[in-house]
Design a protein around this ligand. Structure first.
Ligand code: HEM
Length: 179
């Protein structure tokens, strides 16, 4: 299982511009963020470290995957100098739901994929799962976009945060970065 580590401290290519608690407790501010596949070296000072694993799809159906594959860009585009790291934890009320009811809230009711698709290819994204790693968050979500697409990204966030799915979000921290 490939684990990605997000280390906040004084090193790394990304400058941390702000850390905002949307729901629940915040994370400490720091200057820079390192994203790596390896553990941070013992002498590297860190303010916090979050880890997550890429994993299989839980909810995406075949036609949705095809629609995503047709437009979704890769991470690391040179123009995409803005990023957001948004760690999220969902409530036990969410995790207690059976799979079919979670899917129904996620897509049939909240239109997470349909809404998200409207913002591709401007926004590149990667979802990491942390819930099974004994981590403080269930998910680490990562987005990269060009400065000119920042307004569109805010609009996307506003739409998702007012959806039914977000009734189940009990902790969310919105960290913005640039390089
Ligand atoms: C899950 C698409 C934006 C947070 C997913 C999944 C897809 C998706 C396809 C389901 C993966 C699976 O089947 O397991 C998109 C697209 C977006 C977008 C196309 C457009 C940029 C966002 C944003 C956030 C977010 C802005 C957070 C603020 C999440 C979370 C999950 C998720 C937390 C995991 C949900 C769960 O498993 O309960 N997204 N997303 N997404 N997305 Fe998004």
């Amino acid at each position: 299982m490939a684990i990605t580590r997000f280390t906040a401290g004084s090193a790394g290519p990304w400058q941390i511009d702000r850390v905002l608690a949307v729901t629940g407790p915040t994370l400490a501010p720091a200057e820079r963020l390192q994203v790596s596949a390896l553990p941070p070296t013992a002498d590297s000072e860190s303010v916090w470290i979050l880890s997550g694993a890429t994993s299989y799809k839980r909810y995406t159906e075949r036609a949705e995957q095809a629609a995503l594959d047709a437009v979704q860009p890769a991470l690391g585009r040179p123009d995409a100098r803005c990023a957001a790291l948004i760690p999220i934890t969902k409530s036990s009320r969410w995790w207690d739901l059976p799979q079919d009811e979670r899917r129904a809230v996620f897509e049939e009711t909240s239109h997470h994929i349909a809404i998200g698709l409207e913002y591709l290819p401007a926004i590149a994204r990667q979802l990491y799962h942390s819930r099974d790693l004994d981590e403080p968050f269930d998910f680490l979500t990562w987005f990269e976009y060009a400065p000119g697409d920042a307004t569109a990204f805010e609009e996307l966030l506003a739409r998702l945060r007012t959806s039914r799915e977000w009734d189940y979000v009990e902790r969310e921290v919105d960290i913005r970065l640039s390089r």
